[in-house]
Design a protein around this ligand. Structure first.
Ligand code: OGA
Ligand code: NI
Length: 357
């Protein structure tokens, strides 16, 4: 799909390899990673739980209505929630965690067999969003894969090590798509859509990409950022903690950062820019970032649920009508993604606000 190809980034050092040597030394963090001011400038609130949404209760006709209201308020007020009783088998989650962790344990040369290529853009093993030699760098590496529709898969980038990686990711992709289509159905109900198809149409074919991010430990963790503040450009993101190390923070209304500590086995779900636009601003695409741990690696797998590439991204007419008009401009999906991938991640002002009316 065109959008991943526009995400080309300049080559930067492999952070996992750098951290392996640097963490044992007494040297200062390399200058390109130092962002002490940014990390320390804003207050971090610990231990405040995100809303919990129960998919079992959404699906049960006896509790559905109540849980839809709960889902709606999480999407409107937070843009982030934890999803429990999602029905993805525990055994599959264990396989995903194991296979992804195994991949990052491979020697650098073996991982590089799946490296991003000049013509592939974002897809493959490497980094995203690096556009200048002077830009500050995130303390992480990632692998980005197109998962759905299946024809979009480019197996050159899919690790063949560990041997079960591909089949595990294939199974997980189907489960994540199932969960997301359930959630969209209940979101349509929360928005009061008489024509829910108008929402499903935008997501038809269920385009899905996966970005797995590896955050090495950093003995001077307070000086670096694992992932710069941003909002997700997609419709809906499903995030799985591959290991139990926390680090994700979401920005609250008063500008503080809230440390996200997921319940065991829960997915973190967040609204992306496109769903904020489709819902005419009722749902929020909240800004988030990742901080790193001083002595533990962190791995997280984000499944981005995108919209059909030939869609026009704009408020759903039915929602906009009820709100006395659209609050966002409409734009073709390809222009929307082009703009997203060509701007360095620097919080929500850089992208979503561009389309606000
Ligand atoms: C992302 C993201 C969060 C994490 O990849 O867009 O926000 O915890 N990841 O890695
Ligand atoms: Ni994100």
């Amino acid at each position: 799909m065109a959008h991943a190809k526009t995400g080309r980034s300049l080559p930067v050092p492999n952070v996992q390899a750098l951290a392996q040597t640097w963490n044992g030394s007494t040297e200062e963090v390399p200058e390109r990673f130092v962002r002490t001011e940014e990390v320390c400038a804003e207050e971090v609130v610990a231990g405040c739980a995100l809303p919990v949404v129960d998919l079992g209760r959404l699906l049960d006709p006896r509790t559905s209505e109540e849980e839809i209201a709960n889902l709606g308020s999480a999407c409107q007020q937070w843009g982030f929630f934890q999803l429990i009783n999602h029905g993805v088998p525990d055994e599959l989650i264990l396989d995903v965690r194991r296979d992804i962790a195994e991949f990052f344990k491979l020697p650098l040369e073996a991982k590089k067999a799946y490296a991003q290529l000049p013509e592939s853009g974002l897809e493959g093993y490497g980094q995203a969003f690096v556009f200048s030699e002077t830009q500050k760098l995130d303390w992480s590496d990632m692998i980005y894969l197109m998962l759905r529709p299946k024809e979009s898969r480019d197996m050159r980038f899919w690790p063949a090590q560990p041997p079960s990686f591909r089949s595990t990711v294939d199974r997980y992709s189907a489960e994540a798509a199932r969960v997301v289509s359930c959630l969209l159905r209940f979101m349509a109900a929360d928005m009061g859509l008489e024509q829910p198809e108008s929402l499903f149409q935008v997501f038809r074919g269920q385009p899905q990409t996966m970005k797995v991010t590896y955050y090495p430990p950093c003995t001077q963790a307070g000086k670096v950022l694992g992932l710069s503040p941003h909002t997700d450009a997609c419709g809906l993101t499903l995030l799985l903690h591959v290991n139990d190390v926390h680090g994700l923070q979401m920005r609250t209304d008063d500008g503080k950062w809230l440390a996200v500590e997921p319940l065991d086995g829960a997915f973190i779900v967040n609204i992306g820019d496109i769903l904020e636009i489709l819902s005419n601003g009722r749902y929020r695409s909240a800004e988030h970032r990742v901080v790193v741990h001083p002595n533990k690696e962190r791995i997280a797998a984000a499944m981005f649920h995108q919209v059909c590439p030939d869609t026009t991204v704009g408020p759903l007419p039915e929602v906009a009508k009820g709100d006395a008009g659209p609050r966002f401009k409409s734009v073709s999906h390809s222009d929307f993604m082009k703009r997203f991938f060509s701007t360095k991640l620097d919080g929500r002002r850089s992208h979503l606000d561009h389309y606000r009316i």
